[in-house]
Design a protein around this ligand. Structure first.
Ligand code: FE2
Length: 374
């Protein structure tokens, strides 16, 4: 596609080594209930807890895990303070995409030297399982990146958390790892944040889409995808583009009250099984018209999966030079039209499903119109 620029993969040294995503922390209005939703609907396991009963008096945090994906749901115990303010402004949302590094002090110093705004100076936390060093820098909006060094720690997550046992153990649905996390930023700010990830964290741009690639009759957006040195972390950054009506990015920015994480893509090895289970447990997905499946194989060629199952579930397919991918998007998982999830299975493809953007955005616009926001 002429409007999608593909990678220029020249080898260079990684100037900011990151091992992978450590965890993602949400600030939510009621972490106890949110934890139940992620366990029951998405198949996460409750692994650990930190709160008033374990000595952390101002908040409660639930650590949920499924394979390599770790989510922390945190809620304030009182109505004042930073967490409560965050929830008041944004609703439930992602506060921290925490990055796993070998040396948090050096990573923090380097990031700040290169222009990152510090969010938390390095601190050492100790318990009988060893020590964790963490620091944090700001990224878009009120979102931060913690830098987590855990090489001298053998406990469950970090000091303060205690293992949590529960008789309620919903089965996992096959979610494996975080494939990518997408940020929505204001009109005109995409390139600023692209430069931030390049200059501060040593990321490179792997793909860009302009508004001609991602537009429907009504709305448009632009997107650039940044990836870290080892390629495990991918952060697409979206900004709205001028369209006839309000784009989905504008809607997000209005209801989130500014930039923030739009969606988290979680990978599976068997999307039909995963999505069937999610659907049966009450997760709601965006639907494209049935006619999408009449022509999809003309576009993507042979696939291993049974088209009838994909059609029944609403799973989308796209192909690039290296293979194909299967993907589906949930509706927002809170009442504000903000954060949602993508479930993705990669069969060689390293791209993000550009061939589905039009059908998908038209599906999103139908939902926007129902909400009165188009
Ligand atoms: Fe995505």
């Amino acid at each position: 596609m002429a409007t999608a620029t593909l990678p220029t993969t020249e080898q260079h040294t990684d100037t900011f080594p990151i091992n992978g995503t450590d965890h993602i922390e949400f600030y939510v209005g009621n972490a106890r209930q949110a934890a139940h939703f992620y366990r029951g609907a998405f198949g996460f396991e409750l692994v650990a807890y930190r709160g008033p009963e374990t000595g952390t008096r101002d908040r409660a945090s639930y650590l949920l895990q499924q394979d390599k994906i770790r989510l922390i749901l945190t809620t304030p115990i009182r109505s004042d303070g930073e967490i409560a303010d965050h929830i008041g402004r944004h609703g439930d949302g992602v506060k921290d995409i925490a990055l796993w590094v070998d040396d948090a002090r050096t990573a923090f110093r380097l990031a700040v030297e290169r222009g990152a705004k510090p969010a938390r100076e390095p601190v050492v936390m100790k318990d009988e399982h060893g020590e964790i060093v963490t620091a944090a820098i700001h990224t878009y909006g009120d979102t931060i990146h913690s830098l987590v060094e855990r090489k001298n720690y053998s406990g469950v997550l970090m000091p303060g958390f205690e293992p949590k046992e529960s008789v309620y153990k919903p089965a996992p649905v096959g979610l494996k790892y975080v494939d990518h996390c997408v940020g929505n930023v204001e009109l005109g700010a995409m390139n600023k944040w692209v430069r931030f990830y390049a200059d501060v964290l040593g990321f490179s741009q792997i793909i860009s889409f302009d508004d001609k690639a991602i537009s429907t009759e009504y709305s448009a957006l632009m997107s650039k995808v940044m990836a870290n040195g080892n390629g495990r972390i991918k952060f697409p950054i979206n900004e709205p583009a001028e369209g006839k009506k309000r784009s989905q990015i504008d809607e997000y920015l209005e209801f989130y009250n500014g930039p923030g994480v739009q969606h988290i893509a979680m990978a599976t090895d068997d999307i039909i099984s995963t999505v069937t289970q999610l659907r049966d447990r009450g997760v709601e997905f965006l639907r494209v018209p049935g006619t999408y499946y009449d022509t999809v194989l003309d576009r993507v060629g042979h696939i291993d999966e049974d088209l009838t199952s994909l059609r029944e579930l609403g799973v989308l397919v796209d192909r690039d030079d290296e293979g194909y991918l299967l993907q589906i998007f949930t509706k927002p998982v809170e009442d504000r039209p903000t954060v949602f999830y993508e479930i993705i299975e990669r069969k060689g493809a390293k791209s993000f499903g550009a061939g589905n953007f039009k059908a998908l955005f038209e599906a999103i616009e139908r939902e926007q119109a129902l909400r009165g926001n188009l």
